[in-house]
Unconditional design. Sequence first.
Length: 437
Amino acid sequence: TAVTLTRRTRAPDRAPILASDGTPLAEGPAAARSQPISGASAVVGEVGAPPVEQERELAAQGFPPGSLTGNSGLELAFNDRLSGTPGGQLLAASQDEESSLRGGRVLASSEPQPGEQVRTTIDPQLQQAAVTALGSLYGGVAVLDARKGSVLALAGIAFSAPQPPGSTFKVITTVAALDAGMVKLSDTFPVETSNSDIGREIANSHDSPCGGTFAQAFANSCNTVFAPLGAEVGGELLVETAENFGFNSPPSLYDSETTAIVEPPPSTIPTDISSSVEVGESAIGQGQVLATPLELATVSQTIAAGGVRKPTPITKVAELKPDAEPVRVTSKETAATVRDLMIGVVQNGTGVAAALPNVQVAGKTGTAELGPKALQPGQDPPEEGEEPEQELDAWFTAFAPAREPRLAIGVMVVNAAGDGGEIAAPIAAQVLSAGLG
């Protein structure tokens, strides 16, 4: 009599994803996963039907047909650990046995091994604050531990959709220029609305007059100062400094194997910028420079930590942490100078909306122009010689308290209704206030 081997498999229980204090971020079976902290889906991700290729892999591992898997976020990143090992029975059945529904003899059996929980570095209070502060706006918020670098909150598109960072990039330009001895705090610059020093006209925001001391130029974010300064620094040094801050490398959230699975996009700057126009545009965060709120939070973290960029792990599980090492980006002296410049932004510059009553905040605004806004029905086109209204990305990066830093933050709002100081800085203030009590 012919014998048929069949396998009955059972999926294990999916393990929970936990916040740093043990609060569940995601829990329950794969088919009924819940996320107790509202709005945490941007970081936690989703569980769903696997793509065809992964379906075959799951079958080969013994998962029953129809098994669900992590599709995005941490559910995808740590899927192998969370999903566990399936169990079941190997049966030998003759034709008679098959038709009698008894199912045959059990040749081997194993119990499903439940998945292992993943404890993250996410702070539930800060995560909720970041989600609430961003609200329905399309953008992202990233919060880091300013001393250790670990991720405390990620809301919206905090590390998934790089955008032009605008003037927040001037922190990097300033570090490059100070370290190269190309600028001093005592230097003064002409007050002007625009100039063509890099080979094309560069105007200040709202065509406002801007200049004075270097500290005033930084506080008021003078494009007329920073575009020519960037051109003087040169493409090679500007790119090298940006890369030391983490540009052109994937974010250091996970170990290398997990990074390859998730493929988080890097923040980027072209490595071959050479003309004065290209370098000048890049120095003010325009041109082809792209960044995420996570990268800009890292920029602030680097200044906050005395010039040392820390990796940004999102888990407390040792074997899942990134293998990246801290990077000395600049000297303690330069970092302290930039810190003081960033304090000036919030005290009396473009970032006053980020000020907190009992905590000193060091920050930098950014407003990136994306191109002319589409005309609405019935709207007249701009008159000849008049600049069309621009689509804007609003940015803010900061750390606080300024002299004993605990939190570093990056905020981005895409297609914003105003500039970084109006739109992004108040979001940062709300999150920092919640996190610093």
